[in-house]
Design a protein around this ligand. Structure first.
Ligand SMILES: Cc1cc2nc3c(=O)[nH]c(=O)nc-3n(C[C@H](O)[C@H](O)[C@H](O)COP(=O)(O)O)c2cc1C
Length: 190
């Protein structure tokens, strides 16, 4: 699978970190774009973003890359975390950065675009922008964790969101807790 993963300046660098750690880069081609504001938030939230070997890193504004054109064949893009600013610019059709242009291309080519917004509370503009990108074909997968797997750590909580991203990508996800699946009993209370 050929993937573009983009991070923008919303809180939640750890979602990006855990997603990168759970994608097999030997089996998948992964391109990573990090916005300038995402770098600032990452510096606040994690000391160093660990980018696994095999992930190709690109500047936010590099247009000299294959995925900014619909003529290149890619399978999916994930924006994780997605700021409301990026969501708004995406909803407006802006392609002012390579990151936004790529998302716009994926929508027009009817490729999978998974947007993982993180903000609370929402104003009406945020809500309307969510509707707009849904209508344009994006998957909106908010960074809203679940707790029925009885997560025991922050990483466990984060993974409840990351598992849903991996499911949307159709990537192997053997650790995912699945309700009522065989072996899916919640962890015992400590
Ligand atoms: C520590 C920190 C946390 C932030 N968290 C959020 C957030 O959760 N959601 C959001 O929409 N913006 C958040 N912002 C604001 C965005 O970084 C800001 O709107 C920025 O312009 C987004 O730029 P980008 O979308 O180009 O990356 C945060 C900023 C900082 C400094």
């Amino acid at each position: 699978m050929k993937l573009v993963i983009a991070a923008t300046g919303a809180s939640g660098t750890i979602y990006l970190q855990r997603l990168l750690e759970q994608i097999d880069t030997a089996a998948n081609e992964v391109h990573l774009i990090i916005s300038g504001h995402a770098r600032q938030v990452a510096a606040q939230e994690v000391d160093t973003l660990r980018v696994p070997d095999g992930v190709a890193k690109h500047p936010e504004n590099d247009l000299n890359v294959p995925y900014v054109s619909g003529s290149s064949r890619f399978d999916a893009m994930v924006i994780v975390p997605c700021s409301m600013s990026t969501l708004g610019r995406l909803a407006s059709g802006s392609g002012e950065t390579a990151l936004l242009r790529t998302a716009d291309v994926f929508l027009k080519e009817r490729r999978k675009l998974i947007v993982v917004p993180r903000e609370t509370p929402w104003n009406l503009i945020h809500a309307r922008n969510v509707v707009t990108v849904l209508e344009a074909g994006a998957v909106v997968l908010p960074a809203i964790p679940s707790f029925y797997s009885r997560p025991q750590s922050v990483i466990d909580v984060v993974d409840t969101v990351v598992w849903r991203i991996l499911d949307q990508l159709g990537l192997p996800n053997p650790r995912a807790f699945r309700w009522k699946d065989e072996g899916g009993e919640p962890a015992a209370k400590s």
